[in-house]
Design a protein around this ligand. Structure first.
Ligand code: GDP
Length: 177
């Protein structure tokens, strides 16, 4: 039986990074509990949440880390990246600066995370079609250059949230062989 969250074949630590307000906490909530929060509250306390999914016939327990608001102060600690096999670099498609700053987050990963970490860039809030600033092709070309994955999501309506997690887990399997 795979009903017990403790009954798993693999445990993957996956971190969420990106500027404050891009939707990291809601991406996590949508994936874990299928919930969404309209009000923005700084994440305090909760460090990670887990969910077990099936991939390649294996039960994979995903341990997803949220920054707990540390990104506001650029104070993400080394412990946050320790042991991580996957990272989502998130930006908000309605705020250009958050996309530009992904370069800084990529550098941060290169400096602090394992060299084999699987990276996927998430352009979130695609439900806000009228406010979109960052074009899909612009972001996707950038990710191709950087040789990282790319996906666009909406934590609000749930578009591509499960797809993003399934994709990172599949990519992690590919790198560990
Ligand atoms: P974090 O600081 O990166 O963790 O971002 P939050 O998850 O706290 O979200 C910041 C704000 O953006 C909140 O008001 C959320 O309701 C809103 N938000 C998050 N995801 C989405 C989304 O997919 N679409 C829209 N329209 N708003 C979102």
């Amino acid at each position: 039986s795979r009903s017990n969250d403790e009954d798993y074949d693999y445990l993957f630590k996956i971190v969420l990074i990106g500027d404050s307000g891009v939707g990291k906490t809601n991406i996590l909530k949508r994936f874990i509990n299928n919930e969404f929060q309209l009000e923005s509250k700084p994440t305090i306390g909760v460090e990670f949440a887990t969910k077990t999914i099936q991939s390649s016939g294996k039960a994979v327990k995903c341990q997803i880390w949220d920054t707990a608001g540390q990104e506001r102060y650029r104070a993400i600690t080394h412990a946050y990246y320790r042991g991580a096999v996957g990272a989502f670099i998130c930006y908000d498609v309605t705020r250009e600066a958050t996309f530009k700053n992904t370069e800084k987050w990529l550098t941060e990963l290169k400096d602090h995370a394992d060299g084999n970490i699987v990276i996927i860039m998430i352009g979130n809030k695609i439900d806000a079609v009228d406010q979109r600033i960052v074009r899909t092709d612009e972001a996707s070309n950038y990710c191709e250059q950087q040789q990282i994955g790319f996906i666009e999501t909406s934590a609000l309506d749930g578009t591509n949230i499960d797809v993003a997690f399934n994709k990172i887990v599949a990519n992690i399997f590919n790198t560990i062989g």
